[in-house]
Design a binder for this molecule. Structure first.
Ligand code: GLN
Length: 317
């Protein structure tokens, strides 16, 4: 173990970041998400890598200050809020924690097993999780989501209004999923309110740096490594990370864990976070996606870095 920790000096992490950057910066393949018009227009060449260590160092390379749609990565932090309020058991019982093995916006997953009601990291379960947040009314719920996000990120993120408008105008499929869940008694509040909160949280602008710090808080037992503030109860982190391990990259999660052994979460904006508990978190941003909706270049970058830094949790060597 001592040997492994020697790999995690600032100098070595920087070297590995640079190697990954040089190796993958010209990688092509994949395409920007096109079903949300705003995302289709983002420069596909943007590329950023950021690391946040559990002791609070933030290392950055490339376009790490560029703010892009956080999209599904927000699901992790709304889950953190609902879990903090209701407890892990209620999340398991009312939302579900098993993998769907299906695309993130699958209607079939709901239809096959509404009792399992998907899980908090796919669209259906994430909208249900928003409906599960305890507060009276949409404004109060949003301010809770916003406050917790701020504490995770160590700064207040803003919603990209153009993205929010773009998604609101085109989220008919999500609305249909929400109604279907509701019909099965697996929705816990007003439908349009929850869909709107979900869509707004997906529309946060976050930089690669922000995401590294947010994920770094999950790597550091719920304490923000930069501000040192306690953001959530330490005991919730393993539960949140477990959902990332089983569903973080949707129907590609099996392959992801097979290669990396780490919990991660992607978003169709092109970001992916990966968490090595107790050690560090890595965030990578590159817009072109594979058919599951995961950034092609971010997956390659992360796989390389996780391997070089020997972060795979399932590898005891
Ligand atoms: N807002 C997007 C949606 O609802 C988020 C999907 C994603 O990032 N996978 O479709």
């Amino acid at each position: 173990y001592a040997q492994k920790n020697e790999l995690l000096t600032e100098k070595h992490i920087r070297e590995v970041m640079q190697q990954a950057y040089d190796r993958f910066k010209n990688t092509s393949g994949g395409a920007n998400a096109s079903y949300i018009p705003y995302l289709a227009d983002i420069d596909p060449k943007l590329y950023g890598i950021a690391v946040c260590t559990a002791d609070g160092k933030v290392l950055e390379l490339g376009d790490t200050k560029f703010e892009f749609g956080i999209e599904s990565i927000s699901k992790v932090f709304v889950l953190a809020l609902a879990m903090q309020q209701r407890g892990p058991q209620a999340i398991e019982d009312s939302i579900g924690v098993n993998a769907t093995g299906m695309p993130f916006n699958s209607v079939l997953a709901v239809e096959l097993d509404p009792q399992r009601a998907v899980n908090p990291l796919v669209n259906a379960g994430a909208m249900a999780t928003n409906s599960f947040v305890k507060a009276s009314g949409s404004a109060a719920k949003w301010s809770m989501i916003d406050d917790l996000t701020t504490r995770f990120a160590a700064r207040r993120l803003s919603v990209i209004q153009q993205l929010y408008a773009s998604e609101t105008a085109t989220n008919l499929h999500n609305r249909a999923i929400a109604w279907l869940l509701y019909s099965y008694g697996r929705f816990y509040g007003d439908i349009s309110e929850a869909v709107d909160l979900y869509t707004r949280a997906c529309s946060y602008g976050s930089s690669t740096r922000d995401l590294a710090i947010m994920a770094g808080t999950l790597a550091n037992n719920g304490i923000n490594p930069v501000t040192k503030e306690k953001v959530i109860e330490a005991g919730l982190c393993p539960r949140i990370l477990a959902t990332m391990m089983t569903e973080g990259l949707y129907d590609n999660t099996g392959s992801w864990v097979y290669h990396t052994g780490l919990p991660a979460k992607s978003g169709v904006g092109g970001g992916i976070i990966a968490v090595a508990p107790g050690k560090l978190a890595i965030a990578v941003f590159s817009p072109p996606l594979d058919k599951s909706g995961n950034s092609v270049k971010a997956q390659k970058t992360l796989e390389f870095m996780i391997d070089e830094l020997k972060l795979n949790l399932l590898d005891a060597r």
